[in-house]
Design a protein. Structure first.
Length: 591
């Protein structure tokens, strides 16, 4: 068994630590006696033998090997010797670095045992080299893929994509590209037909069409969604709820509704580490129902939501024994931010949120009902931000939401999510004014963001990296999907770093460049590969120009364009492989 073929962790795809050290040591000893093979895919005499190796080399290992070779080829002449492990770790992390160093130095052919990997679903296993290249000749796809990602590090590659975009000042002057930009940010991509329809609208019409989603029927989606059993003692399992939401993300006729649900899940955070799946499902429905509602109304509802009550311990908040967790996070993360409240405000507001509890006795993690119990409520006088009275939790919310700090903080979070990070002060002021003048209406702020010149500026275009969930949803929309795909895609999203209903902490997920590194890039490519293999036949009949126009606006860096055209020329009939190549481009990784 080769270094790259050790048993994998079922979620993150890494070799188990228990087996890693001893297996690598055995392989390194055995590798000294391994047959040598040509170091280059195009070396004379390697073709037939290389084909025989296809079934024996894991894709993750082999793709990284190709990328490593490509980077090493750019090293200065005379810089020979053993391949530097730091470079390899930059590509693959600690797991594969030593194995790839062996591969580059000794050019060995590891002996694989594919049966264990084959027993796992395609989305979870490291795809075999044969499956990656099932859409093309051995070596061609991986070599072309390595060419797409040629560069010194990932940040420079993504900067190259953005720099080319910024130099192309006319990118967002085209109605179709403007439509594609809006539909990526306000949803999860679009079909060619949807792009044509939106491109025929004015900017105002596009914005109103996206925002007024309640006028659009979602009956087709509701008819296809699985029924989750909320009546049993423990309710549905986590995997079922995750698959249910991913199906909504992919098939919804109201993309902004789901995008806002995802936004609230990352801001008003709860997670499966404490709350139960049924509670997370109920909270998810609450976010969907109030996606563009007034912020004060949403916060009042969330304060009594069972998932939030379990996650931040409101259900243990009692008269005489207040729990400050929710009160503190309400101010620090959900509204004003640090610096706008005192520790006395935290203590007094915690008293105000007493009284609400859950049904279910010891099974609090599984109940989806909350109620007010007067015996638990602290009815004494409380002083919060200078106001004294018999304050309740709703009173606290009504005092926090109107504050300018809340308006600016929420406006910034929304702009970061939809446009680009760190908006200019004048943009924040304008959006905060809109928030306050609209009586704290979130929909009004989102409408204003989509109407801004800044939203369609070169600075906004491709300024965001797709989160794993966004990548999974857009990929499934591009390839077609069936009932099996959603749970598997949720698992793949977890391997890429984002577990639905399980954010890393109460602050939610970090965004930006944290979404993509050498390890998660490989997982992204493996996921895209699996999706293109499972796609419906009707999805595989587009030309290269049609695919790039729909998926990446037809706006490609010279490196990407050359790589795709070379692959197309070598494999003119390989539609599935071509789609895989487009989805694997750096341009598709940005939003």
């Amino acid at each position: 068994m080769g270094c790259c073929d050790m048993p994998l962790d079922p979620v993150y795809g890494r070799p188990s630590r228990r087996r890693r050290t001893v297996t690598c040591r055995r392989n390194l000893e055995r590798d000294e006696a391994c047959d040598r093979r040509p170091a280059r895919l195009d070396a004379p005499g390697c073709g037939r033998r290389r084909l025989r190796l296809v079934e024996r080399i894991g894709t993750g290992h082999d793709l990284l090997l190709l990328l490593a070779r490509r980077l090493l080829a750019d090293r200065p002449a005379g810089a020979g010797g053993e391949p530097p492990l730091n470079l390899l770790r930059g590509l693959s992390g600690r797991v594969h670095a030593r194995a790839i160093a062996c591969e580059l130095t000794m050019d060995h052919a590891p002996i694989a045992t594919p049966h264990a990997a084959r027993s796992r679903p395609i989305w979870q296993r490291p795809v075999s080299r044969r499956t990656v290249l099932a859409t093309g000749a051995a070596g061609a796809t991986a070599a072309a893929l390595a060419a797409l990602w040629k560069g010194n590090d990932l940040s420079q590659i993504l900067d190259r994509v953005r720099d080319y975009t910024h130099a192309y000042q006319g990118a967002l002057r085209t109605p179709r590209v403007r439509a594609a930009h809006l539909l990526r940010r306000a949803g999860f991509g679009a079909t060619s037909a949807e792009l044509d329809r939106y491109a025929a609208m004015t900017s105002t019409m596009m914005t109103e069409s996206v925002l007024n989603y309640e006028k659009t029927s979602n009956a087709a989606l509701e008819a296809q969604l699985p029924t989750l059993d909320l009546t049993s003692e423990k309710g549905p399992n986590a995997g079922a709820v995750q698959a249910w939401w991913l199906q909504r993300l992919v098939q919804t006729a109201r993309p902004l509704e789901e995008k806002m649900t995802l936004f609230w899940h990352g801001l008003l955070t709860s997670g499966l580490d404490k709350a139960g799946p049924a509670q997370m499902y109920t909270q998810n429905q609450l976010f969907r129902k109030m996606a563009l509602a007034n912020f004060d109304d949403l916060l009042k509802a969330v304060s009594k939501d069972p998932a939030m009550m379990v996650y931040l311990d409101t259900e243990t908040n009692r008269k005489g024994k207040p729990n400050e967790n929710y009160a503190r996070e309400l101010m620090e993360l959900f509204t004003t931010g640090i610096g706008h409240y005192t520790e006395d405000d935290v203590r007094e507001s915690a008293r105000a949120f007493t009284g609400w509890t859950l049904t279910g006795g010891k099974q609090l993690r599984y109940t989806t009902d909350s109620f007010f119990n007067p015996r638990y409520f602290d009815s004494g006088q409380k002083t919060f931000m200078g106001k004294t009275g018999n304050l309740t939790g709703d009173d606290i919310v009504e005092m926090l939401v109107p504050l300018r700090a809340t308006a600016e903080r929420l406006s910034t979070r929304l702009f970061n999510f939809f446009a680009y990070p760190n908006p200019e002060p004048e943009i924040v002021r304008h959006l905060a004014d809109t928030f306050q003048q609209s009586h704290y209406n979130v929909g009004a702020v989102v409408r204003e963001i989509f109407a801004m010149d800044a939203f369609y500026s070169p600075k906004a275009y491709r300024a965001l990296i797709k989160s794993p969930v966004e990548l999974a949803a857009q990929t499934l929309r591009a390839t077609g999907s069936d009932a099996r795909a959603y749970g598997a895609a949720a698992t793949a999203s977890a391997a890429m770093g984002q577990v639905l209903f399980y954010p890393p902490n109460v602050a939610g997920w970090p965004a930006g460049t944290s979404w993509i590194n050498s390890s998660t890039l490989l997982t992204r490519l493996n996921f895209v590969n699996g999706a293109t293999q499972r796609m419906r036949l009707s999805s595989s009949s587009s030309t290269l120009d049609q695919l790039t126009s729909t998926l990446v606006d037809g706006n490609l860096s010279p490196t990407t364009k050359d790589g795709l055209e070379a692959f197309k020329a070598a494999h003119p009939q390989n539609q599935a492989g071509l789609l895989f190549m487009v989805l694997a481009t750096p341009e598709f990784q940005v939003n």
